[in-house]
Design a protein around this ligand. Structure first.
Ligand SMILES: Nc1ncnc2c1ncn2[C@@H]1O[C@H](COP(=O)(O)OP(=O)(O)OP(=O)(O)O)[C@@H](O)[C@H]1O
Ligand SMILES: [Mg+2]
Length: 313
């Protein structure tokens, strides 16, 4: 499937790419008519082909491992981890959400109380199947919680290879999923280093409410120090959170971020009360308030991450 956007009314249309290719051999000029406003416009076939190629290259990687992190607390890491995972699952992808935080909030937000989770996987007390909990259709959870504090001590005491503990534990598990999304606790410790030795993509939520640039610069430094030993982990997305168009501050910070990091910028997640209320009901934003602005913003993030402009339309 490719996507054509009408230049007049901006309506998005799904196009069966194979049919287009059959009827319009390369080099032939073709035109499309918008079903919505009737506008006729030329179609750049090369652009469509590139769109498809990019998408298939991205999806060729069997499992995408995305960690959601920033050392600063309260920036929307857990909210983004849970709602991005829920959105990807709704779009039909198989998703494993790993909660590496001792606060264990992911289970709470999804309204579940798994008996086991990441601790039992890392200590090998239970088999991977017993540690993973099915939270929704297409969405599985490796829960976090208080017991992870003990695991961190075990990792700290390892004499060598400590940073690969998570990667080793995930070896027989992650190939079952299209996406592994990892929620990281604030701060910096051995478990966070483990996640950065396991994940390949980094998504950083940046709260537009409070001076975020220094925190982001510091995080970039820490990531750089990991990349000296593990080149595969790269920053892919910066997601501005708590966007509030009614006040000037967030807009100004957003413009600064766009100038500094244009290649990583995603559409901001707007400030939304539904996001702070939905966890008390054990629901993702798509279940709690599917029509709210935050649900629309997280859908946009799903499209950005999957490179599928038609996902969840
Ligand atoms: N866009 C938003 N609009 C309104 N409230 C939000 C938004 N994003 C997150 N919140 C709320 O802000 C609080 C902090 O969010 P969250 O727990 O996701 O941050 P965090 O970075 O995971 O925090 P921590 O560093 O403690 O793990 C939560 O109560 C959450 O419901
Ligand atoms: Mg959190």
């Amino acid at each position: 499937m490719a996507i054509l956007i009408c230049p007049k009314c901006a309506k998005k249309h799904k196009v069966n790419f194979d049919t287009v290719k059959e009827n319009a051999p390369l080099g032939k000029k073709i035109a499309a008519r918008c079903k919505s406003c009737g506008h006729k416009f030329p179609v750049e076939l090369d652009k469509l082909i590139n769109q498809e190629k990019e998408k298939s290259e991205e999806t060729k990687i069997n499992t995408r491992k995305i960690c959601i992190t920033l050392s600063k607390g309260g920036v929307g890491k857990t909210t983004t981890s849970v709602n991005l995972s829920a959105g990807l699952a709704l779009a039909g992808y198989k998703v494993l959400l790993i909660d590496t935080d001792t606060q264990g909030q992911s289970s709470y937000i999804l309204g579940k109380k798994p008996r086991a989770g990441l601790t039992e996987l890392l200590t090998k007390e239970l088999s991977p199947e017993e540690c993973v909990f099915r939270a929704r259709k297409n969405l599985w959870l490796l829960a976090g919680g208080k017991s992870l504090a003990g695991v961190k001590r075990i990792i700290d005491r390892k004499s060598f290879g400590a940073e690969w503990t998570l990667s080793e534990a995930m070896k027989d598990l992650d190939h079952r999923y299209d996406f592994v999304i990892i929620d990281i606790a604030p701060g910096w410790d051995q478990l966070i280093v483990n996640v950065l030795f396991y994940a390949t993509e980094v998504l950083v939520p940046v709260a537009l409410e409070v001076m975020p640039l220094q925190g982001l610069a510091e995080f970039m430094k820490s990531l750089g120090s990991i990349q000296k030993y593990r080149k595969e982990v790269v920053l892919k997305y910066i997601v501005p959170t708590f966007m509030d168009a009614r006040i000037k501050g967030p807009e100004t910070i957003y413009s600064q971020l766009k100038k500094l990091y244009p290649e990583y910028m995603c559409t901001p997640i707007r400030y939304s009360e539904s996001l702070s209320e939905s966890p008390s009901y054990g629901k993702s934003v798509f279940e709690f308030a599917p029509g709210c602005t935050a649900a629309a913003d997280y859908k946009e993030l799903v499209r950005k991450v999957t490179l599928d402009e038609s996902a969840l339309l």
